[in-house]
Design a protein around this ligand. Structure first.
Ligand code: SF4
Ligand code: ZN
Length: 302
C-alpha cells in the first residue's frame, strides 16, 4: 500500500483517521502535531530554556528527539534532566541510555537524585511506609514533581516539559475519578501559566501507540525494562480497558480527551486555591505544609 502523502510505501495505518503513511510522513505528522499543541497552548515562548524530563522510556526519548529537532529552527533551548529515584537494577540502565542519547543529539544533561534532595531513596521510603495503601507511585510521583521543580530552577529553566501522552492523561483522569481525588482533575488543565514554573506536555494530544511507533521507526534507544513497581496500582488495568474501547470504537480516546480538557478547566476554576509558601521548606503550595514535607515527616516519624 502507498503512503497517502507521498510515493513511498506505507508503514503505518492511522485507524482513527483512515490514513496510511510511510515512516517519514508519519514522523513529520508527529512533529507537526506536537508543534500545533505547543502553539495552541502557548507552551514555549521565545528565548526560553526548556527543562526536558527524560527517564529513558519511549515517551521521554521521543519528546527529547522532537524538541531537539524543533529547537534547530525555533528560538528556544533545551536541557535534559533525569531523576534518579533510587530503584536498584532499574535506573542505572536508563541513565546510561539517556546520557548516550543526549550526547548523540548534542543536548546538555543533568541528573538529580531523591537521596541528595530528600535524604531518602525510593526504596528506603517504601521500606518505611506503614500503610501499604500508599502506592509506590504516589510516593514516587510526589517526590518526582518536587525534584523536577528543583532541577528546573537549578538549571535556570522557564518551563518543564514531560513526555506524557494522550493515553497517560485519560488514565490519570480515570485514576483520579476512581480514587475520589477530584481536585487533582483541576491540575490536569494544560494551561499552567499561573505557576511560577510552567509544566507542559507537548504529546498530550498524541496516542501512546503513535509514540511507540515513532520511537521504533526513528530507532530511539529506549529502555524496555519496566519499573518493578509499575503494576502495583490500577493504571495498567485502566490502560488495557481504554485500549479495548479504542479497538472497538476507533477515535474514542480523542473524544474522551476533549471532554477531560473541559472538565479539568471547570474543576480548576471552581476549586481555585491561593498559592502560599510551605511553612517548612518555603515552596509554593496550597496548604500550610506542602505534600512533600508532609510525606517525608510521615515516613520518618515511623
Ligand atoms: Fe516511580 Fe511508579 Fe514510575 Fe516506578 S512506575 S518510576 S515507582 S512513578
Ligand atoms: Zn509518505
Amino acid at each position: 500500500m502507498k503512503c497517502d502523502r507521498c510515493e513511498n510505501a506505507a508503514t503505518y495505518s492511522r485507524k482513527y483517521s483512515g490514513e496510511s503513511l510511510c515512516s517519514e510522513c508519519f514522523s513529520n505528522s508527529i512533529l507537526r502535531k506536537a508543534a500545533k499543541t505547543i502553539s495552541k497552548h502557548n507552551m514555549i515562548q521565545n528565548g526560553e530554556l526548556v527543562c526536558v524530563a527524560v527517564s529513558g522510556g519511549k515517551d521521554s526519548l521521543a519528546l527529547l528527539h522532537v524538541l531537539s529537532k524543533m529547537a534547530e529552527n525555533h528560538n528556544f533551548r533545551i536541557h535534559a534532566v533525569t531523576i534518579d529515584e533510587g530503584i536498584p537494577g532499574y535506573r542505572e540502565e536508563a541513565l546510561d541510555i539517556v546520557k548516550n542519547f543526549c550526547n548523540s543529539l548534542g543536548v546538555s544533561h543533568s541528573t538529580y537524585s531523591y537521596k541528595d534532595l530528600f535524604d531518602l531513596t525510593l526504596d528506603e521510603s517504601l521500606k518505611m511506609r506503614e500503610n501499604e495503601k500508599t502506592s509506590s507511585c504516589s510516593i514516587c510521583g510526589t517526590f518526582r514533581r518536587r525534584a523536577m521543580d528543583h532541577a528546573a530552577k537549578d538549571i535556570g529553566a522557564d518551563v518543564i516539559a514531560t513526555g506524557h501522552n494522550l493515553d497517560d492523561t485519560l488514565q490519570t483522569f480515570l485514576i483520579n475519578m476512581t480514587s475520589g481525588d477530584t481536585n487533582k482533575i483541576g491540575w490536569m488543565d494544560p494551561d499552567t501559566s499561573e505557576n511560577s514554573l510552567r509544566k507542559i506536555k507537548p504529546f498530550c494530544e498524541i496516542y501512546e501507540s503513535e509514540i511507540v511507533f515513532y520511537a521504533f521507526t526513528n530507532n530511539l534507544p529506549f529502555q524496555t525494562e519496566p519499573c518493578p513497581h509499575m503494576n502495583e496500582g490500577i493504571r495498567t488495568e485502566i490502560r488495557e480497558f481504554l485500549n479495548r474501547m479504542e479497538g472497538s470504537h476507533s477515535g474514542i480516546k480523542n473524544s474522551m480527551y476533549k471532554s477531560i480538557l473541559r472538565v479539568s478547566q471547570i474543576v480548576k476554576e471552581s476549586d481555585y486555591k491561593e498559592r502560599i509558601k510551605c511553612s517548612n521548606c518555603g515552596c509554593e503550595c496550597t496548604g500550610n505544609v506542602c505534600a512533600v514535607c508532609k510525606m517525608i515527616v510521615d515516613l520518618k516519624d515511623r
